[in-house]
Ligand binder design. Structure first.
Ligand code: ZN
Length: 392
């Protein structure tokens, strides 16, 4: 009994090695197969018409940083409890996008096929550009001799033909995102690992400040993934690292998606959990189909003419109006209390629902994400500070 339970993962592992090695190593010597077009500006059919968001982002980033941005070494910013990859990093300042006025995307030609970027998490992370040099050693999870990048690539290779069969143009993207990558959807495909065998399940996240389109993409993939794979959701498991994914950080990096590209990060499951491995490695086509179904559902349901849905929201930094203002786990008056803050705490909203802001703040060394009532905080003219982008 015990023996067979131990042999099963090994058996699966060897099967997976056989199955996964072919696409992985066949792809490696032909880098042209991955991201055929490094320059989205040069694409035949740009998804967003002029003014090009890429130029807007660049000119914006250069303009205010020299003088207008205060020193990042503020009491709240300097003590960033750093995730693993960035021990000594002091977070840089992110300026609210509203300051530049992201142009509302112009609806594109309805004859243009939808374009989807599937990023293979950690693939060739050693090739990341200088601006992301600190993530070059971020190789992700592993199980035995299988790296997360190999698993991610295997799944992406299975999703791709399912999308192409429906007329979608797919870009397979390694760790390095083409500058200002622009598409109808961007999904970063990752898998989790843990030091213990217990944690399992999948989870999805949008960027900190998510457009309606990103939220809809997440909802569609989430609706397909659970039933499609039979895997449980890792409820409450979404991390700062997911929302602060480096490829989403168009304010900071050239090698990132545009602000108006709907985007999510998919943590497919835990490589370190036996039950999850039965799906990740044992039924990869089932998993790929679930993700493809979610993407296609999103593309079918969206209104391609709704440019406003692509805009990330913009909120000023807030301060609590009174001492003891409550940050709750859910946007309800009886929601669990996560923290009480006073006017000294900087509150960074990234969503607004029914009179509640979803916010990021700090209490001592603790980083808190929760909900605060809209009428209990007031805007300031301070600059937003988000956690340093990472590569989970
Ligand atoms: Zn990963």
């Amino acid at each position: 009994m015990l023996l067979s339970a131990r042999l099963l993962p090994l058996l699966l592992l060897s099967l997976v090695l056989l199955a996964a090695c072919t696409p992985v190593y066949a792809l490696a010597p032909t880098p042209t197969a991955v991201v055929p077009d490094p320059s989205p500006v040069a694409r035949a059919a740009p998804i967003l018409a002029a003014p090009t968001p890429l130029q807007a982002v660049r000119s914006f980033e250069q303009a205010p940083t020299s003088t207008a941005v205060p020193s990042p070494v503020s009491p709240t910013a300097a003590d960033e409890p750093a995730p693993t990859e960035q021990a000594a990093e002091v977070p840089t300042i992110e300026v609210a996008p509203g300051a530049m006025g992201i142009p509302t995307p112009t609806p594109r030609d309805p004859a243009t096929p939808p374009r989807v970027g599937l990023q293979v998490g950690h693939l060739r992370s050693n090739e990341l550009p200088d601006e992301l040099a600190r993530l070059r050693t971020s190789t992700g999870a592993r199980w035995g001799r299988i790296t997360e990048a190999e698993l991610n690539l295997d799944i992406v290779n299975r999703i791709t033909p399912l999308l192409e069969a429906e007329g979608v143009v797919v870009d397979i993207i390694p760790a390095t995102v083409p500058p200002g990558y622009d598409a109808d959807a961007f999904l970063a495909i990752h898998a989790d690992g843990s030091t213990s065998a217990g944690p399992r399940g999948w989870k999805l996240a949008t960027p900190w400040r998510a457009s309606e389109a990103s939220k809809n993409l997440m909802a569609a993939v989430g609706a397909a993934y659970g039933p499609g794979t039979g895997m449980p959701e890792d409820v409450g498991g979404v991390t700062f690292n997911m929302k602060g994914y480096y490829a989403f950080s168009w304010r900071r990096y050239t090698h990132a998606i545009t602000s108006t590209t709907p985007a999510i990060i998919v943590e497919m499951g835990f490589m370190t959990n036996a039950a999850d491995r039965e799906i990740l490695f044992g039924q990869p086509d089932r998993l790929a189909k679930a993700i493809a179904t979610g993407i296609l559902d999103y593309l079918k349901a969206r209104d391609p003419n709704d440019g406003a849905a692509l805009l990330p929201p913009d909120y000023p930094v807030m301060r609590a109006l009174a001492e003891g203002t409550i940050i709750r786990a859910i946007p309800q008056n009886n929601g669990r209390i996560l923290a009480r803050v006073g006017p000294d705490a900087r509150i960074v909203p990234f969503d607004l629902q029914d009179g509640w802001y979803q916010v990021f703040t700090r209490v001592g060394d603790q980083r808190i994400v929760g909900w605060v009532r809209e009428d209990q905080v007031a805007p300031t003219d301070e600059q937003s500070v988000f956690p340093t982008p990472t590569n989970p």
